[in-house]
Design a protein around this ligand. Structure first.
Ligand code: NAP
Ligand code: NAG
Ligand code: NAG
Ligand code: NAG
Ligand code: NAG
Length: 362
């Protein structure tokens, strides 16, 4: 293993050690928490729609973002096998086409469609919403969505600004999912059968002890040299979690019999391309250590926790799924802070409405 200069620079950064130590403890804590106080859903059978001709729905639709790699790809495969019409959303059309061909090779009767969307651009999300709705109208499917899986996410090690002027990691992991969820909510509410939103979050949210909702939260002002990437990643995942609980509260306050359930899921550690920006020798070292500790999972195993969440009975909502096998644990106490979640919601909505106004003529 050649240790290059980029790797040396990273080893001498606080952010690297935050990741190496704090994230490992957060992971171990999640497992410990499960063993002490966790619950398991395995007693419940997986929820399945009836696809009978006389049933309520012709074919359930599942949208997965970031379906071109890792967990997203594995989840798309699994949901296609469950009989869903899977909409794979990703930023690269060639990769999407390749994956669709690959899934079709294994199962010619799978129902799949690809849509190009860049979660770090509001314009792209609005464009996706429009073309998806048009496609739905032209199809012979029901005019609603049963499952939205907000999976797309990045771990960026340097500061990048999105086209909209926000921190690219924050926008991809959180703001993009916020916008997409809000745009698709009417279609989820219209579903004649129970529908669900699954957000992929991460144990790293446990490392955040204090989330400051100042003007810096979505757009970092620090120079790229000192980009606190580990903190920003943790914050983006905590924001997603706060939102999941807030949306759950809102939907059930609005209507206690709401047919939309909200499940944040954390797969644990999965061997994917998520560490692509970390120097290769360090990411390999991390995977070797985690594999030695038997904590490293394949994308297929990781995706099974996403599928558990996606197919949990309709009355399960607002629970935090962790590490597969139907396991449920409590997330960090900060993530249950309703005041913080409400503040974050209002800040994100304002930003979202501003962006809708900016792009309204499109
Ligand atoms: N791996 C883990 O241990 C782990 C643990 C906990 C949580 N997670 C979460 O799991 C999710 C999936 O990650 P992964 O591990 O499967 O990593 P991955 O292999 O890097 O996959 C990430 C996916 O997101 C897509 N993506 C990135 N930026 C995007 C954008 N702006 N617009 C649309 N799509 C975008 C990528 O598309 P391209 O193919 O075009 O790059 C890729 O398909 C992430 O949210 C991650 O935070 C992962
Ligand atoms: C193939 O796809 C169909 C339709 O989505 C599905 O019902 C079936 O279970 C899949 N078969 C396998 C072996 O994955
Ligand atoms: C998912 O996250 C988005 C924000 O990123 C939020 O609007 C939504 O409430 C969350 N839903 C679930 C099910 O976690
Ligand atoms: C939820 O579904 C049930 C059964 O399909 C239906 O009777 C009820 O009206 C739905 N609730 C809402 C809020 O749409
Ligand atoms: C959901 O319903 C099942 C029975 O269908 C019940 O056993 C279970 O306790 C319920 N779960 C929740 C969280 O209400």
């Amino acid at each position: 293993m050649a240790i290059d200069r980029a790797a040396m620079r990273m080893i001498f950064s606080c952010q690297f050690w935050r990741m190496a130590i704090c994230w490992t403890f957060a992971l171990l804590f999640s497992y410990l928490r499960f063993h002490l106080r966790g619950r398991c859903l395995t007693q419940h059978p997986r929820f399945r729609f009836s696809l009978d001709p006389g049933g309520k729905i012709r074919r359930p639709i599942c949208i997965i973002t970031g379906a071109t790699s890792g967990l997203g790809e594995a989840t798309a495969r699994a949901m296609a096998a469950e009989g869903y019409h899977v909409v794979l959303a990703g930023r690269c059309s060639e990769k999407l086409d390749k994956i669709i061909q690959d899934i079709m090779k294994g199962n010619e009767s799978a129902h799949l469609n690809a849509f190009q969307v860049d979660l770090s651009s509001f314009h792209s999300i609005l464009k996706f919403e429009r073309s998806f709705k048009q496609w739905l109208l032209d199809s012979n499917l029901d005019h609603s969505v049963q499952l939205l899986i907000n999976n797309a996410g990045i771990l960026a090690t340097s500061f990048k600004v999105s086209a909209d002027g926000y921190d690219k990691m924050m926008q991809t992991n959180y703001l993009g999912a916020f916008a997409l969820t809000n745009l698709l909510l009417p279609l989820l509410k219209k579903s004649p059968v129970p529908s669900r939103i699954v957000n992929i979050t991460s144990f790293t949210h446990r490392c955040v002890t204090n989330l400051k909702l100042d003007c810096n939260i979505f757009s970092h002002s620090s120079s790229s040299e000192k980009y606190p990437f580990a903190n920003v990643y943790e914050n983006s995942k905590l924001c997603l979690l706060l939102f999941s609980y807030e949306l759950h509260r809102r939907l059930y306050e609005e209507n206690p019999l709401s047919n939309i359930s909200i499940i944040p899921v954390d797969p644990g550690v999965v061997k994917t391309k998520i560490l692509r920006e970390i120097p290769l020798c360090l990411s390999q070292l991390a995977f070797t250590v985690l594999s030695f500790l038997r904590l490293l999972q394949s994308p297929e195993t990781g995706a099974s926790s996403v599928v558990d969440a996606a197919l949990a009975p309709p009355n399960v909502s607002g629970e935090y799924f962790f590490g597969g096998k139907g396991r449920m644990v409590e997330s960090s106490s900060l993530s249950y802070n309703a005041k913080l979640a409400a503040d974050l919601w209002s800040k994100s909505s304002t930003l979202f409405e501003d962006q809708i106004a900016i792009h309204k003529d499109f």
